[in-house]
Design a protein around this ligand. Structure first.
Ligand code: 0PR
Length: 373
């Protein structure tokens, strides 16, 4: 415990920069029960394969695709790499991927690993991928187009429906690692499911708003043909494998299974709605502080805050115990309103920020007065 206590707990509320949260008890219990199960070995552990099929089937219902296939990865990074690996198997001769500047850095890792060239697509003034730029960049060498449904920096949703229209002759991957447990459960949000006719794969992370635990991500494909292309058969073992990682935690799969059974669609809708409600509450409270504004209107539960002297505010917040990040692209404070970021935590944060900002303004005006006197 002494060692664990060197790090903070989500339950103390001051962690504002993380897309992780406290896992649910059911997920933790399930993890423990299955902790000795290696899901790689379907010969010894065939039971866990059925549990995983159940989980993927559930995603199939959420994403409107009864043919869905996929598996539980360690997280979004492995899922994104696997999706692009499958794309490379389909189009082995192509080597360019079109990626909006706001995409998660795991896409760069995938490109590095496979020797792919990234063609960066622009973003608009709301930080969403520019579909026209993507359209212009597609050519015969385009292996894949990547869009993000809930960007890591600001939680904005790329115009996935529009981008889908140009992807009939290339692989189309949507990284919904962050937004995947939000968007399908909320009313009035864009479609990010397999009714998009060119969508090949999607990443959704249960260890984020799915209230499962780390490690647990997922990569989901339109049908079974994608994983078939990744299949290997180790000569000395009596099973086939298609996963990027070798040994795989049965505990992760079980934790996702337990969480989706426990929360169900209704439970996840409530979690998503609460995150949005608290995000709105934060934005309203911020509106009361002079000298503070939003980088953009949040779509999901990430807020970019513009303050004068962001570095100073960031350091002062850190000194007061807040775990917060500073986005260097927009020079803004970045807050992720995860389930542990409650109204009480938000009030406390806004009060600290207000105090820090007003001290900064007073200091600035003292300096100004001095220089004019
Ligand atoms: N894609 C998107 C859109 C993401 O937001 C993330 C989240 C990933 C992929 C990668 O997921 P894994 O981390 O599961 O591989 N990634 C977070 C990020 O880089 C990871 C994180 C989590 C960072 C907790 C900080 C932290 O405290 O922003």
């Amino acid at each position: 415990m002494q060692l664990r206590n060197k790090d903070p707990y989500f339950s103390n509320g001051k962690i504002l920069s993380s897309v992780s949260t406290k896992p649910s008890d059911v997920a933790l219990d399930a993890f423990e029960i299955f902790s000795d199960v290696n899901a790689l070995d379907s010969h010894i552990f065939s039971g866990i394969q059925g549990v995983e099929r159940d989980v993927i089937g559930w995603f199939g219902r959420i994403l409107k695709n009864s043919e869905i296939s996929g598996y539980i990865t360690t997280g979004g990074t492995e899922a994104n790499i696997t999706a692009l690996w499958a794309a490379k198997k389909i189009y082995p001769k192509r080597n360019e991927i079109i990626v909006p500047k706001s995409a998660h850095y795991s896409i760069q890792k995938a490109a590095d690993l496979m020797g792919l060239k990234i063609r960066w697509a622009g973003i608009d003034n709301r930080f969403r991928a520019d579909p026209n730029d993507i359209k212009k960049k597609i050519n015969g060498n385009t292996l894949a187009v990547v869009a993000t449904a809930g960007t890591s920096a600001l939680g904005v949703i790329d115009p996935v429906e529009e981008i889908n229209e140009f992807c009939e002759d290339t692989f189309f991957h949507v990284d919904a690692a962050f937004g995947g447990f939000m968007i399908p459960f909320l009313k009035g949000y864009p479609t990010i499911d397999f009714t998009l006719k060119n969508l090949d794969s999607i990443t959704i992370d249960p260890h984020k708003m799915g209230i499962s635990l780390i490690p647990a991500g997922s990569v989901l494909f339109r049908d079974n043909s994608y994983l078939k292309r990744l299949e290997l058969c180790p000569p000395y073992l009596s099973f086939r494998t298609y996963t990027l990682s070798g040994s795989r935690s049965g505990g992760s799969i079980a934790s996702v299974w337990a969480a989706i059974k426990y929360y169900g669609i209704g439970g996840y809708r409530k979690i998503a709605e609460d995150c949005i409600k608290n995000t709105k509450f934060l934005c309203n409270e911020l509106g009361e502080i002079k000298g503070v504004s939003l980088i953009t209107e949040p779509e999901l539960n990430i807020v970019g805050i513009k303050v004068s002297g962001p570095d100073r505010a960031y350091r002062a917040l850190k000194r007061r115990g807040w775990k917060i990040s500073l986005d260097s692209d927009t020079n803004s404070l970045r807050i992720v309103v995860m389930p542990h970021v409650t109204e009480r935590v938000i009030r406390e944060f806004v009060s600290d920020l207000g105090d820090i900002v007003s001290r900064g303004l007073q200091k600035n005006s003292r300096i100004l007065r001095k220089s004019f006197s």
